[in-house]
Design a protein. Structure first.
Length: 391
């Protein structure tokens, strides 16, 4: 552990922060510095400069640090990632740090990230391996080459499901909730029906004795009961609301002034050291009996607090939509990463739009929008946005 006698109060983490600052900038004078301890980081403010030691990294999201900089009107900020503090492997931490640095480009704040260990100090360079899958006619080309693919698409489409593709996997949603998926497993297509991996795993055990259409009908009936009924606090009524909002925009693109809205799905490379797009939770392999049981069933709701789409305009330009229903501080940073990935794939992107519910317009998020270094507009859906007919 790093040690320092320059901080004589507060948690030992402040001493680690001071030691990290000394490794990166030995000439930094901390006399008169204001120290802060927050739930996920500790910080030192010296004039217009800020120094942050990250103590918890549950989400790969630069926003909390940018928000801290804006609150204290800092012109520059250094962020320190120390492996022993975060309890992660150096290789994984390096990947996460690169994405954080990439996201930092979304804001007009001078920000540097450093990996600090006992034997090295490294300034992080930006990198993002986020993959975008625009759900146009080309999206399903990989899946549709598989034997039996047409039957799977017909099964879900005939029930009013929205069919989405990520690489060679089909994902079916109903009113924004995933109700099934189908992908290649041991050389043939594996069909899963249900809401969430536990339900899909349970129903997979019944596929031999019950027709897929019957299982899908039963699943859709449950979704409709909670989505369209009066159980507004039930998980099935609250999960994946941004995907439901996206369905509204697909059916009514004029809400954002577009002629067409096309969903976007996301993924990262197979070697991404996390279980989700922006989660830092590691990939667990056989750590327990439960982990082995769920090994072949992916969770449906990881990183599902914001959905994305592409809005097509009459002049041929496109805007990336970031759609969220609650308080998502990282909306701007995530929208930037998706937008840049779309540009990298050759899309004709002219800007971005953040779409929220009226009640989700939060001052903290609006402040981050004002700090954005890329073109971003905002829009809001009225309280009557929920469509009941998914087709």
């Amino acid at each position: 552990m790093f040690e320092s006698d320059r901080v004589d109060k507060g948690s030992p983490l402040l001493g680690t922060l001071v030691a990290s600052i000394g490794k990166v900038d030995p000439d930094q004078d901390l006399d008169g510095a204001a120290f802060h301890e927050l739930p996920t980081f500790v910080a030192a403010v010296v004039g217009e400069a800020g120094h942050i030691l990250v103590t918890s990294l549950g989400q790969i999201d630069i926003s909390p640090f940018v928000f801290f900089a804006s609150k204290w009107t800092l012109s520059r900020i250094n962020i320190y990632l120390v492996p022993f503090v975060l309890g992660g492997k150096r290789e994984s931490l390096s990947r996460f740090a690169e994405v954080l640095k990439f996201q930092s480009r979304a804001f007009r704040v001078a920000l540097e990230i450093f990996e600090v260990d006992s034997d090295r100090t490294k300034m992080v360079e930006p990198a993002s391996d986020l993959e975008v899958f625009v759900q146009d006619r080309k999206a399903g080309s990989g899946f549709m080459q598989l034997q039996g693919a047409d039957d799977m698409v017909e099964l879900f489409s005939s029930k009013g499901c929205q069919v989405l593709f990520v690489s060679d996997t089909l994902i079916a949603t109903y009113l924004g909730l995933e109700v099934g998926r189908c992908g290649l497993s041991e050389g043939s297509l594996k069909l899963e029906i249900g809401v969430g991996r536990t339900d899909r795993m349970a129903k997979s055990m019944l596929l031999g004795s019950q027709e897929p259409t019957e299982l899908l009908d039963a699943t859709i009936k449950v979704v409709e009961k909670f989505r369209l009924g009066h159980s507004e606090f039930h998980p099935l009524a609250r999960l994946s609301l941004p995907r439901w909002m996206r369905m509204t925009l697909v059916q009514k693109p004029e809400i954002v002034g577009a002629i067409e809205v096309i969903p976007i799905e996301l993924d990262r490379g197979a070697d991404w050291p996390s279980q989700g797009i922006w989660s830092s939770g590691g990939r667990v392999r056989g750590a327990s009996e439960d982990d082995l049981m769920f090994e072949n069933y992916k969770s449906s709701f990881i990183d599902d607090d914001i959905s994305f789409a592409l809005a097509i305009y009459s002049d041929g330009t496109e805007r990336v939509l970031g759609i969220f229903s609650g308080i998502v501080l990282g909306a701007v940073a995530k929208l930037y990463e998706v937008t840049q990935s779309c540009i990298g794939h050759g899309r004709n992107i002219s800007g971005s739009i953040m779409v929220s519910q009226d009640k989700s317009r939060i001052i903290a998020i609006e402040r981050l929008v004002q700090l954005a270094a890329f073109e971003i507009a905002t829009a809001a859906l009225t309280s009557e946005w929920k469509i009941s007919n998914p087709s």
